[in-house]
Design a protein around this ligand. Structure first.
Ligand SMILES: Cc1cc2nc3c(=O)[nH]c(=O)nc-3n(C[C@H](O)[C@H](O)[C@H](O)COP(=O)(O)O)c2cc1C
Length: 168
């Protein structure tokens, strides 16, 4: 798989994501690497348009586009010393696997965010999904078949000054 062609996608076709594709994606997510292999993540996969709409306004900015997504995944974690890292890695694995499956996706930041009325995005999401109180929301990912095209990254996008060998 060429990961230079993975780009954030915020416009999606009306087409639903098939159950087999969802399951292939989520099986990969469920074995995503984690500290001491504790796999502290839990995923809620949402294909109900009404719930997706509610999630899209759980945060004031940067989530509105998701109202048009046929699929959302909310990544939760059981708090342990690596939960934050593990959930971020899992989210990246989801985005890369989605790309391999021909899906587009966009990561939606939720931590320390609020909705238009100032309510906590975390609390909103937990309420919408009926999440157990001990779980932490890590982020959400909107997915679907892409309805926009973005160019793959090329050498001109790559900042080699950030790359160091052996020492700075
Ligand atoms: C931690 C993180 C948080 C992000 N939060 C949002 C967000 O809330 N809303 C959004 O539309 N895009 C969000 N993005 C997508 C970024 O804007 C996007 O990855 C970035 O512009 C680079 O574009 P690319 O993914 O096409 O390389 C987020 C990405 C990351 C990794």
């Amino acid at each position: 798989m060429d990961f230079l062609s993975r780009r954030t996608i915020r416009k999606f076709k009306e087409k639903n994501v098939e159950k087999e594709v969802v399951m292939e994606l989520m099986k990969t997510a469920l074995v995503s690497p984690s500290g001491r292999n504790q796999r502290p993540y839990e995923y809620v996969v949402i294909d109900d348009k009404e719930i997706i709409k509610k999630l899209s306004v759980s945060k004031e900015n940067g989530a509105g586009f998701a109202a048009g997504a046929p699929l959302m995944i909310v990544i939760f974690g059981h708090v342990n010393p690596t939960w934050d890292d593990d959930c971020a890695i899992a989210s990246t694995v989801i985005q890369l696997k989605a790309h391999e499956l021909g899906l587009g996706s966009c990561w939606i930041q939720t931590k320390e965010k609020v909705d238009a009325e100032g309510n906590s995005t975390d609390e909103n999401i937990k309420k919408i999904l009926g999440a157990p109180s001990e779980l932490k929301v890590h982020n959400m990912i909107a997915l679907g078949y892409p309805a926009e095209e973005k160019p793959a990254y090329t050498d001109s996008d790559i900042d080699m000054a950030k790359l160091h060998f052996n020492k700075f």
